[in-house]
Design a protein around this ligand. Structure first.
Ligand code: COA
Ligand code: AMP
Length: 630
């Protein structure tokens, strides 16, 4: 049969066991699976049950054994420290095995959790792989989160050990990680037995005797640890992501289904062959980093790039072009916001003229909807396919994409193209009925989802079912709304919950509101995601003060901004807050956040039928105007 999108897609949904069973043959298994898809405990589905393997073996050791020992596995490129460093697969194997030995000798066993709080340095990847090597479950926390958020994750994952570094570097600013970690451990009820700290020359961390170990000296003394066979269904990692409350969701990833899916996507979605150099400009703290900086490229025998810098200001808006040329990148992946940042600094792409990108084949964008002007700008400048693809932390890989390794479909700007093989995507109305083509509804995925998607939430099967599986039986709720067109293209238009997307980072406005509500002068508040030309959306807070509070001069606003930064972290980019006399509500007391967002974005809105006092909307318009919106 001819390999094209339609045939491949049909095969994947008509015979998922045959399809994924064949894909799984590309990995090295210690023991083959008994069942490709185990539906015995639906709606909890398990892929490759009975199978045994090791993800680190397949990502690293396998390539040493099969002829890639001297190929670069990692390229570390850090414009903020002026460093470039490479690790071959053999060198990476040595580093990972030694750190795994350190973890083992400090009591970490199969199934134990290890929290990773690291900047974008090779040790972050080495840390993740060392856990996978001995069957420990890593949980990486993005460096831009504050101590309180880190503490929440420590309490939920209960790690035996935390891997961290003395500092991260944000353009020119040194961010001391160790005091943040110390504070988090002070705040958490669960106390990790040890931390292992990678000392960077830019800042030395103060070590606590008996608890904190020095990464480099521990590794020097360590016996390398071998790969441990784990069940395909055993957890590889937990990655926390924003839910609709302040308590993040611990998305669980298994070993077998994940490795199968990751490897399949490299050839079929990204069209990248083993040996090529692939770059995802993201951060290991996000799912893009887990999947496309670490696991997928290494499983596929690619060289992956760890870039410690920004698209702009490190040193200029030509930074991405330099990396693509210098490291011979064939395919790159980043978020549209990065391209908007480049476009802002260098609208005509003058800096590109300094570089030769003739070997560069494709740019993939995800993390937020790619607005058509940014897509067109990138296409015109780079003259290669620019592929928007849609996915989320929960799935680990694209739900909708233009799969370049199968068949390149025509690009429709604003749509991430069609459902990727393995995903049955339906758009449903409020009664769970499929809507007509072109009509907006809730985008749902029919169960079972393909391998690699979350089997559950960490220690919380009930929340997994409540959050994702209970809306319409037999379906997974993506939380996104949109429509399908007559060609089967999916258009992802908005969220149905309180999640907003700030520079490709997923944040919960509910979580920000919870923090603001802690301020003693605040009676009530609402946070909306207002449109932003650079970051897609920015959180904007509207607060109502308790009666009798008379402090003025912007003091309260400043305190609230600091509170959110201290409790959630700088990643929130929460810088706009304004005092309102009252907030618009329905007669039943629900705050009309959606209407306020439309006012902020200067969009037309329908007067909500249930509003208790329409005049409040005029007041809101005035206060939003005072901070540059509406
Ligand atoms: N550790 C500590 N602080 C961090 C951090 C980290 N790892 N990452 C970001 N921050 C801080 C930043 O310094 C900034 O702080 P500030 O408010 O004091 O300036 C804040 O968090 C917001 O960071 P960021 O979202 O990176 O915004 P920015 O204004 O510094 O840069 C872009 C804007 C568009 C250049 C940047 O967001 C970017 O490169 N995005 C790429 C897309 C991406 O990585 N998406 C992730 C998913 S694919
Ligand atoms: P995260 O879990 O942080 O990766 O965020 C996932 C969410 O980001 C999705 O549910 C969407 O709301 C949004 N998103 C990611 N990629 C896209 C895309 N290509 N188009 C539209 N929205 C996207």
């Amino acid at each position: 049969m001819e390999k094209n999108y339609i045939n491949t897609y049909k095969q994947s949904v008509e015979d998922p066991e045959g399809f994924w069973g064949e894909a799984a043959e590309a990995l090295v298994w210690d023991k083959k699976w008994d069942q490709v898809l185990d539906a015995s405990n639906a709606p909890f589905y398990h892929w490759f049950s009975g199978g045994m393997l090791n993800t680190c073996y397949n990502a690293v050791d396998r390539h040493v054994d099969e002829g890639r020992a001297d190929q670069n596995a990692l390229i570390y490129d850090s414009p903020v420290t002026n460093t470039k460093q490479t690790y071959t697969f053999r060198e990476l194997q040595g580093e990972v095995a030694r750190l795994a030995g350190v973890l083992k000798s400090n009591g970490v066993e199969k199934g134990d959790r290890v929290l990773v709080y690291m900047p974008m340095i090779p040790q972050a990847v080495i840390g993740m792989l060392a856990c996978a090597r001995i069957g420990a479950v890593h949980s990486v926390v993005f460096g831009g989160f504050a101590a309180a958020e880190l503490a929440t994750r420590i309490d939920d994952a209960k790690p035996k050990i935390v891997l961290s570094a003395s500092c991260g570097i944000e353009i020119e600013r040194i961010i001391q990680y160790k005091p943040l970690l110390d504070k988090a451990i002070e705040l958490s009820s669960h106390k990790p037995a040890n931390t292992i700290i990678f000392q960077r020359p830019q800042a030395e961390a103060q070590m606590l005797d008996g608890r904190d170990l020095d990464w480099s000296s521990a590794c020097e003394k360590a016996d390398p640890a071998a790969c441990v066979s784990v069940a395909a269904t055993d957890p590889l990692y937990i990655l926390y992501t924003s839910g609709t409350t302040g308590i993040p969701k611990g998305v669980v990833r298994d070993n077998g289904g994940h490795a199968v899916a990751m490897l399949w996507t490299m050839k079929n979605i990204y069209n990248v062959q083993p040996g090529e150099i692939y770059w995802a400009a993201s951060d290991v703290g996000w799912v893009v980093g887990h999947s496309y900086i670490v696991y997928a490229p290494l499983l596929n025998g690619n060289t992956t790039v760890i870039y410690e810098g920004k698209p702009v200001f490190t040193p200029d808006a030509g930074a991405f072009w330099r990396v693509i040329e210098e490291h011979d990148i064939s395919v790159m992946f980043t978020a549209p916001t990065a391209f908007r940042a480049i476009k802002k600094e260098d609208p005509n792409g003058e800096l590109l003229k300094k570089y030769d990108l003739s070997h560069f084949r494709a740019l993939f964008l995800a993390g937020e909807r790619c607005d058509p002007p940014t897509l067109a700008w990138a296409e015109n400048l780079l003259n290669v396919p620019v592929i928007d693809h849609w996915w989320q932390t929960e799935t680990a890989w694209a739900i909708a994409a233009n799969c370049l390794g199968i068949e390149q479909l025509p690009v429709k700007a604003g749509s991430p193209a069609c459902a990727v093989p393995g995903y049955q995507v339906d758009v449903l109305d409020n009664d769970g009925q499929a809507v007509a083509d072109g009509d907006i509804g809730s985008i749902m995925i029919k169960l079972p989802m393909p391998p690699g998607c979350l089997p559950t939430l960490w220690n919380d099967d009930e929340r997994f079912v409540d959050s994702y599986l209970s809306t319409y039986p037999g379906y997974y709720l993506t939380g996104d709304a949109g429509y399908k067109d007559e060609d089967g293209y999916i258009w992802v238009m908005s969220r149905i919950d309180d999640i907003i997307n700030v520079a490709g980072h997923r944040l919960s406005t509910g979580a920000i509101e919870e923090v603001i509500a802690e301020h003693p002068d605040v009676a009530e508040c609402a946070v909306i995601g207002a449109d932003d030309a650079l970051k897609g959306e920015l959180p904007v807070g509207l607060i109502v003060l308790k009666s009798g509070v008379e402090r003025g001069d912007g003091e309260i606003e400043k305190e609230i901004i600091s509170l959110v930064r201290e409790k959630i972290g700088p990643v929130c980019a929460f810088k706009k807050v304004v005092i309102a006399a009252r907030l618009p509500k329905t007669r039943s007391g629900k705050i009309l956040r959606g209407t306020m967002k439309k006012i902020a974005d200067c969009k037309t809105y329908k007067m909500p039928a249930t509003i208790d006092d329409p005049a409040i909307l005029d007041e809101i318009k005035i206060v939003l105007k005072s901070i540059g919106y509406a």
